[in-house]
Design a protein. Structure first.
Length: 431
């Protein structure tokens, strides 16, 4: 990890820069796969699965027999943990219900707003390097609460076990059933995004696509959102920023950094601290803990994209964090309360030394599908509102027409929109 000691503002742009692929080549590759899926449907999806995930599929849909087998393969302890996490996620998202509003803005003019669920949603659950069944809970639970009529899930068929013919990790299938997914398909990467955006012979076209993924998935979501389907946000490789001082626990800090680094080689972690000794202690802990990880090689490559930054005070630490706009922000200090008030840009914030990012990833109740790559400056993480639309209504009585009609006429005439004016003029004459 590169170390910055009291960097000047001119170095901040380098510190907050994310790792990235050749964007032109990336976009071209994604565009080609999407066009092929749009034209050839299931056939193209199966061919890309054979090319990228090295599996020949007879059917893209997960059958009831496969679901039943998955149930038998997941231990009771893990199933209970999934149920606990689902319960907490459900509680937090149920509390986000929107209460309809109704306002008489002027006598005889009544405006109202209510929340209506999106009918068809597509959920993308990565599975290339880890079976992220927790993401199933994070995406499907609020969709079910919102009342989405059709919940479609795509995940890459990368699971291999000599004791079963399943190609999707059984915990993903169990989590999908618990959370209320309607249909599950064996499709990953760009081809899955294209299938849900355009529809194929078997994979339904949806109205909005949710879920994280690598840079190819993020690029695919952005491309299809230009004209075919809505997306939740540009959610790419995972990242965390930890703010620490002399009160922080070095082993905790290192563990939090590694928990994000192990996601993928294009992940990034950032430590901002006011304590020079903390950098040395965290470096030592990183080396010790890294050696014990099964995904050591992945985490080590991610650390090469990462930074340790020594700043002069907490004010500067928060300024740098807000510029970085991290997916996850951990305030690992004893004085986290005043720091929390200074958070402007972040996907999800973890307060104090015991609030590890893992808690939010799995079971605290908040959603872990969050904006990455600096998009936290403008995007929220997935929440109940993500699965709904706010629709407005208005009703005018005769009195209402008299009250606002003349203003409408004058404004329409000033904009040179005669038909607009006439629509109100006719009503004014009527009343």
């Amino acid at each position: 990890m590169k170390i910055y000691n009291y960097p000047g503002k001119e170095e901040w742009a380098e510190i907050v820069r994310r790792p990235h692929l050749d964007n032109a080549k990336l976009q071209e590759t994604v565009s080609g796969v999407l066009a092929d899926v749009r034209q050839r449907g299931d056939e193209a999806v199966k061919e890309y699965e054979e090319r990228f995930d090295h599996i020949s599929l007879d059917s893209l849909a997960v059958s009831e027999e496969e679901m039943a087998e998955a149930e038998s393969l997941v231990s009771l302890e893990l199933k209970e943990s999934i149920v606990l996490a689902h319960s907490n996620i459900r509680k937090f998202h149920e509390a986000q219900f929107f209460n309809p509003i109704k306002v008489e803005t002027t006598p005889g003019v009544i405006c109202s707003q209510r929340s209506i669920p999106i009918e068809k949603v597509g959920l993308y659950v990565p599975g290339g390097t880890a079976p992220l069944f927790s993401t199933v809970l994070m995406l499907a639970t609020p969709a079910k609460i919102a009342g989405c009529r059709e919940i479609v899930l795509c995940t890459p068929p990368t699971y291999r076990d000599e004791n079963t013919k399943l190609t999707i990790h059984p915990a993903i299938l169990v989590a999908a059933r618990i959370a209320g997914v309607s249909k599950i398909f064996k499709a990953g990467g760009v081809q899955a995004i294209g299938a849900m955006a355009y529809g194929t012979e078997n994979i339904p076209k949806v109205y909005k696509i949710f879920g994280p993924g690598n840079q190819y998935v993020m690029a695919a979501k952005q491309q299809v959102s230009l004209g075919d389907v809505a997306i939740d946000m540009p959610a790419g490789p995972s990242e965390v920023c930890v703010i620490a001082d002399e009160t922080s626990v070095p082993s905790f800090v290192a563990a939090d950094l590694l928990s994000q680094a192990e996601h993928g080689i294009d992940s990034q972690v950032l430590l901002i601290t006011t304590c020079e000794e903390m950098i040395k202690k965290v470096e030592h802990e990183l080396q010790q803990q890294l050696e014990a990880l099964s995904r050591k090689d992945i985490a080590a490559q991610a650390l090469e994209n990462s930074r340790l930054v020594l700043v002069k005070d907490k004010e500067e630490a928060m300024q740098l964090s807000n510029l970085y706009a991290p997916e996850h922000l951990i305030l690992a200090t004893d004085d986290w309360l005043p720091l929390a008030d200074k958070v402007v840009n972040a996907g999800s914030v973890f307060l104090g030394k015991y609030a590890c990012e893992s808690a939010g990833d799995y079971a605290s109740g908040t959603n872990h599908t969050l904006p990455t790559h600096g998009y936290a400056t403008a995007y929220s993480g997935v929440n109940l509102d993500s699965y709904c639309r706010k629709v407005t209504f208005q009703m005018l009585t005769e009195e209402g027409v008299k009250k606002i009609g003349p203003a409408v006429e004058r404004m329409a005439e000033a904009e040179q929109l005669q038909a607009h004016k006439n629509a109100m003029t006719l009503r004014l004459k009527e009343v």
